[in-house]
Design a protein around this ligand. Sequence first.
Ligand SMILES: NC(=O)c1ccc[n+]([C@@H]2O[C@H](COP(=O)([O-])OP(=O)(O)OC[C@H]3O[C@@H](n4cnc5c(N)ncnc54)[C@H](OP(=O)(O)O)[C@@H]3O)[C@@H](O)[C@H]2O)c1
Length: 316
Amino acid sequence: MKELGCFDYFAIFLGVYVLVPKLYQIWMIIYTSFIVQKKDLKVLYGADSWALITGCTSGIGEELAHRIAQQGLNIILISRSLDKLTKVENDILKKCPQIKTLKVIADYANGGETLEFYKKIYAQIKDLDISIVVNNAGILYSEYYRQLNISQIMEMAIVNTYPYILFNHLILKKLQQRSLKKQTALLNVSSSISFVAGPYQQIYGCTKKFERYFTEALRQENKKEYPNLEVICVTPMYVSTQMTNNLSTKEFGVVNAEQYVEGVLKVFGNLNHIFGPMIHQVQGYFTNIFFELSHYYRLSLHIVNHIIYNECQKMK
Ligand SMILES: NC(=O)c1ccc[n+]([C@@H]2O[C@H](COP(=O)([O-])OP(=O)(O)OC[C@H]3O[C@@H](n4cnc5c(N)ncnc54)[C@H](OP(=O)(O)O)[C@@H]3O)[C@@H](O)[C@H]2O)c1
């Protein structure tokens, strides 16, 4: 047999270098879909502790509030409309009369760019034993940039970013201190668009990438000093909610909020990132591959753009 030369070794190294991350991603799909099991949140984070959920009056946030309450944690409900908050609170208490709830009205689009705004929220919750914080409230206008008006641009820029940097700044110390004694979680809801510079969602996509980068950086900063503080990022693909104009779940890859949250609950105590249920994990994998290819081949760029454009049209 011919002996291997420098070129052969280089080719093998290159193959392994390219393949290992891809194989790791496939393994993660299998691991998160079939091996990781949901944990009992009351046991993990402590009985009588509180979960704070922003944007809890609809879609993913509302479903998360219900599912976490069903596990016996108390819930801080934050959103912009008192009527909707009261309805969600009543629905939760009907199913889980043993838990406590607290409503906080906050419209991030009205003053959410100032620290004072978050200090008022913080003052209402600072004495509670908060074990989970979910930053979920978000807004999307998908349109050509030239067709977005300035108030839509500003609303996305403020609602999708300021709560992350200002509210988290107020609450992080409290979470860090708690994590020295008990498991504690900070979960930020970003989006799979944060992996793709997609057209028609330019501002939204930037804000979601902002959230993901911020979360990943925060995780790195905290993991050594506060190992029991989970800093989690979730990046959904399409979920049928008010935000997506209730896209049909018959569409490939579109799940409803219940199916989505069922997939996401696995992250607590197990993972620091998940796209969502298995179908979102698979889509996330291929989206990343296509987007990487789009740097080199026009066809994949056209495919990515075409898919995003079509979905945006359906959301109108
Ligand atoms: N649905 C998807 O396909 C998808 C995909 C990727 C990422 N995401 C992310 O998932 C998160 C939840 O989205 P969703 O699909 O569940 O959307 P949704 O059903 O529209 O829920 C959004 C929530 O945020 C609240 N909210 C919006 N603007 C607010 C403001 N100015 N101040 C306070 N609360 C505000 C909404 O309150 P109201 O009830 O009053 O409107 C609602 O409770 C968002 O961060 C979104 O970017 C969703």
